[in-house]
Design a protein around this ligand. Structure first.
Ligand SMILES: Cc1cc2nc3c(=O)[nH]c(=O)nc-3n(C[C@H](O)[C@H](O)[C@H](O)COP(=O)(O)OP(=O)(O)OC[C@H]3O[C@@H](n4cnc5c(N)ncnc54)[C@H](O)[C@@H]3O)c2cc1C
Length: 317
């Protein structure tokens, strides 16, 4: 039996006429109703691009950076729009979860930092349709869910016709193990830590806006560990591993939850902020040439330091 053609799959909903640079071209649009159909359609249609909420994709198409030969809409695959629990204290999140859905109280009780990030990811129209999978696949430096997934050490399931593989989300983002042509991001596995976790974001203006810096911080009391990731200051989220290990040793883990207890010395919390900022934002010394760069770098360092200190304070409150 040969490879089925896209038309043979019977889920082609139309050949849309679109204009590109004054030329009318045909674009095939497929709307698979299941994951299996979607990976089959991707395999059968070279050059096809999956599309979820289209908030990033249409920006790329409109700017002329992307001209997909065919689109595979993921919106009808209901299994990808929810989540489930797995043995061993893991939540398995569908790539089609929208930011609006992740902001709801039931999800926020499960993975608070991801809900915090989803709440700030653009205006409501964008959050209603923009998805977790789209945020990861786009891998923008300012992607709000990304530092949270890095701090949680989340993994992603990638599916292609007849095979799946599991990779750390951070490997996808750094390009160490990228999404390959014909692969669909299906699930994101996140450990359920049942402990405070925080996402904080700085923007250049009030109201919904992209991050100029962000910090995700999660406590892992079972391992007496703090995990932190800084977003938007580099192409990918950065983990200040030494600062994490140092601050974990400054916390009185047994006093957590006790009324009025001092869980960390405020000076240590402030030093943590500086440690994180120093690890993630390089210092640019004013040299008479790069004055502007030095000023911007100093501002970003201050912002990251404040966000990290506040995130720790909130997590330990
Ligand atoms: C006005 C505006 C404001 C925004 N503000 C923010 C913000 O503050 N913070 C933020 O993080 N983002 C922001 N965004 C970006 C965007 O909304 C998010 O990145 C969103 O999560 C993208 O999801 P999507 O479903 O719309 O992706 P789509 O646009 O559908 O797809 C994006 C890319 O991912 C690929 N893709 C999608 N799903 C899959 C999958 N399951 N498997 C493989 N590849 C896939 C597509 O092929 C495409 O390349 C903003 C966007 C706009 C337009």
């Amino acid at each position: 039996m040969g490879v089925p053609t896209a038309e043979g799959l019977g889920r082609v909903v139309g050949d849309e006429q679109v204009e590109h640079g004054g030329i009318q071209v045909n674009r095939t649009i497929m709307l698979p109703a299941s994951l299996d159909e979607a990976v089959e359609a991707l395999a059968a249609t070279p050059g096809a691009v999956p599309v979820a909420g289209a908030t990033d994709l249409m920006e790329a198409v409109n700017a002329g950076r992307l001209r997909p030969a065919a689109l595979i809409g993921l919106g009808r695959i209901t299994e990808l729009r929810g989540w489930r629990y797995e043995d061993g204290g893991t939540a398995v999140l569908g790539a089609g979860l929208t930011h609006a859905r992740m902001d709801r109280p039931d999800f926020a009780a499960l993975i608070p930092a991801l809900a915090d990030a989803a709440r700030t990811a653009g205006p409501p129209q964008v959050r209603n349709v923009g998805t977790l999978g789209g945020n990861i696949a786009t891998a923008s430096p300012a992607g709000d869910t990304l530092p949270v997934l890095a701090a949680l050490e989340a993994t992603a399931t990638l599916a292609r016709a007849g095979a799946t593989r599991e990779v750390p989300v951070s490997h996808l983002l750094t390009g160490l193990d990228p999404l390959r042509p014909g692969e669909l991001l299906t699930w994101v596995r996140v450990p359920l830590l049942n402990a405070p976790q925080v996402f904080l974001k700085a923007t250049g203006r009030s109201g919904p806006a992209r991050a100029t810096a962000s910090v995700a911080l999660v406590l892992d009391p079972a391992r007496r560990a703090v995990r932190c990731a800084v977003g938007a200051v580099a192409p990918v989220p950065l983990r200040p591993l030494e600062a994490e290990a140092w601050v974990a040793g400054c916390i009185d883990w047994d006093a957590r939850g006790e009324e009025g207890a001092t869980v960390i010395d405020p000076a240590a919390a402030a030093a943590f902020g500086e440690y994180v900022a120093g690890a993630c934002v390089p210092e640019v010394l004013p040299d008479g040439v790069n004055e502007g760069l030095a000023v911007v770098a100093a501002r970003v360092r201050r912002t990251v330091s404040v966000l990290a200190r506040r995130a720790l304070g909130r997590a330990l409150k």
